[in-house]
Design a protein around this ligand. Structure first.
Ligand code: ADP
Length: 174
């Protein structure tokens, strides 16, 4: 006889795996999208979470603009949500009934910082796991910062960012 799936207190089937993919996304690039696409092979649902505390000097896009650009880039997919968070990431992760923080790793230079943050998050909330995905080779040196520098100099960015972001960059730097 078939049994109904066990559930958490939230009513979510136990097998429903949710990851939070946090970042500044200023703006979203094909490197981020590659992690999201590959993440969907592992998780049932990914919450792309824009850090509100990343709204500081040096960012090009407001939080609202970044959210719009993410939404336009990922299109309609019921497995993806875009949200923002304030304060401690691990508290946000738990509040969304997720157990995993998804992060991308590019060069070795990412490792030191990511390692520190992951250790700190584990100390704060041991039940939240950080999972790293290695970048895909074409995006190994792609970052939002590089994209902004290149776009500022009016160099082509169509290989680096989705069309919506390309257009927004053109408008910012026109
Ligand atoms: P943060 O400001 O938290 O570093 P980012 O928006 O720069 O946020 O990046 C969010 C996450 O996406 C980070 O884990 C970062 O390492 C990852 N990431 C960004 N670009 C790439 C890329 N080209 N390949 C793989 N991971 C990436």
């Amino acid at each position: 006889m078939d049994h109904p799936p066990s559930t958490f207190s939230t009513g979510c089937p136990m097998s429903h795996k949710i990851a939070v993919y946090p970042g500044s996304f200023d703006p979203i690039t094909y490197g981020h999208m590659d992690i999201i696409e590959r993440g969907l092979e592992v998780f049932d649902e990914i919450i792309i979470a824009v850090a509100r505390n990343s709204e500081k000097k040096g960012n090009l896009f407001t939080i609202a603009e970044r959210i719009t650009l993410i939404e336009e880039s990922i299109g309609a997919d019921s497995r993806l949500q875009v949200d923002t968070f304030d304060g401690l990431l691990v508290d946000y992760v738990v509040s969304r009934q997720a157990k995993v923080i998804l992060r991308g790793l590019r060069a070795v230079s990412d490792f030191e910082y990511e390692f520190q943050i992951a250790q700190m998050n584990r100390n704060l909330k041991p039940e939240v796991e950080t999972l790293f995905m290695m970048t895909s080779v074409p995006y190994g040196y792609l970052s939002s910062s590089i994209v902004k520098e290149v776009a500022c100099l009016h160099a082509p960015v169509e290989a680096l960012v989705p069309p919506a972001v390309q257009k927004a960059l053109q408008e910012k730097f026109s």
